[in-house]
Write a protein that binds this ligand. Structure first.
Ligand code: SF4
Length: 311
């Protein structure tokens, strides 16, 4: 039995990168300090905020909602609300909505659920079917990512949110970094900071990632230790995405080289200021069809809707 490095209790977590073992109490303290440090360092929240937490119902986002909800008890000028996007993924989303409702009710947090069906007239499952029938070259995650980001921003703004907090963790960040590196997409990499700083538009809700330096296994443990009981279901489309392969390979790399994920994140943080300098002046436009922020005259969501016959 491994003992905690700080007391006599049994360890619940061993960081192989630092070779430090933590019992429940010391793990939660370590977790809290690490997240607070990121929040402070990147100036994520101001004195008065209405923080909209983007929640998928999975372990990471339920942990973030729980964490920020607890933290906000100490800051009377913060209001926390949760926002879930129901893409309409049969066999998956119903389960995570149940987990979401259990946690928001337990925490007493206001929430909103927005759906692809209501906003765009079709579920993600419908879109995938239509896309296949029309011979469109996109994967389910391509539609999902574009429409979800679009709705998160629009609904967070409509809810009166001043900032949108997402549960992207260290593993998510380096996977996205790798994916964009392989595609030679530096403009996208420039947007991978802990706070969205490249995009400036009056309708764009600032985005922050408080779990930026927290590993996936740490958010999982946080969820378990706080009795959030997520169902750990995987989206049925996840395995079609290249992220699935990159995630597995990064995990294998980390297994053989503890700490390599931190090194990759530090590499990303090192080049970010240079990339931001290069892309910061880019103008963010307004979509001529829907009026939402866009990098082109017509936003990606409207282009997809056109291609799918939903506009
Ligand atoms: Fe959407 Fe892809 Fe994530 Fe499934 S795996 S929820 S389709 S982005």
């Amino acid at each position: 039995m491994v003992k905690c490095s700080f007391c006599e209790r049994s360890a619940v977590y061993l960081s192989r990168a630092s070779n430090i073992a933590y019992c429940k109490k010391h793990f939660l303290r370590y977790f809290d300090r690490k997240v607070r440090k990121v929040i402070r360092k990147y100036g994520m929240f101001r004195g008065k905020e209405h923080i909209i937490v983007a929640v998928s119902g999975g372990k990471d986002s339920l942990s973030l909602l729980h964490y920020l909800s607890r933290l906000s008890e100490k800051v009377s000028t913060w209001k926390i609300s949760a926002l879930l996007i129901n893409e309409g993924i049969s066999g998956y989303r119903e389960v995570t909505i149940k987990d979401f409702l259990k946690v928001v009710n337990k925490l007493g947090v206001d929430y909103s659920i927005a759906s692809f069906k209501e906003e765009f007239g079709a579920t993600l499952d419908d879109m995938v079917k239509i896309g296949n029938e029309r011979g469109l070259p996109y994967l389910p995650c391509s539609y999902c990512g574009v429409f979800r980001r679009y709705l998160l921003n629009k609904v967070a703004r409509e809810m009166g949110g001043t900032v949108l907090a997402t549960a992207h963790n260290l593993d998510d960040m380096i996977q996205t970094f790798m994916m964009n590196l392989l595609r030679n997409n530096w403009e996208r990499i420039a947007r991978l900071g802990p706070v969205s700083g490249v995009i400036r538009h009056p309708k764009f809700v600032r985005r922050v990632k408080p779990f930026y330096k927290i590993r996936e296994k740490e958010t999982t443990l946080y969820a378990i230790l706080n009795n959030l009981y997520p169902s750990f279901v995987e989206c049925p489309y996840a395995q079609l995405n290249v992220r699935w392969i990159i995630r597995r390979q990064l995990n294998q790399l980390e297994e053989k080289n503890p700490g390599i994920k931190y090194s990759m994140l530090n590499a990303l943080l090192t080049i970010l200021p240079l990339l931001r300098e290069k892309y910061a002046e880019e103008e963010f436009l307004t979509c001529q069809i829907c009026g939402e922020p866009s990098t082109h005259t017509i936003c990606r969501a409207c282009l997809f809707r056109k291609e799918l016959g939903l506009l």
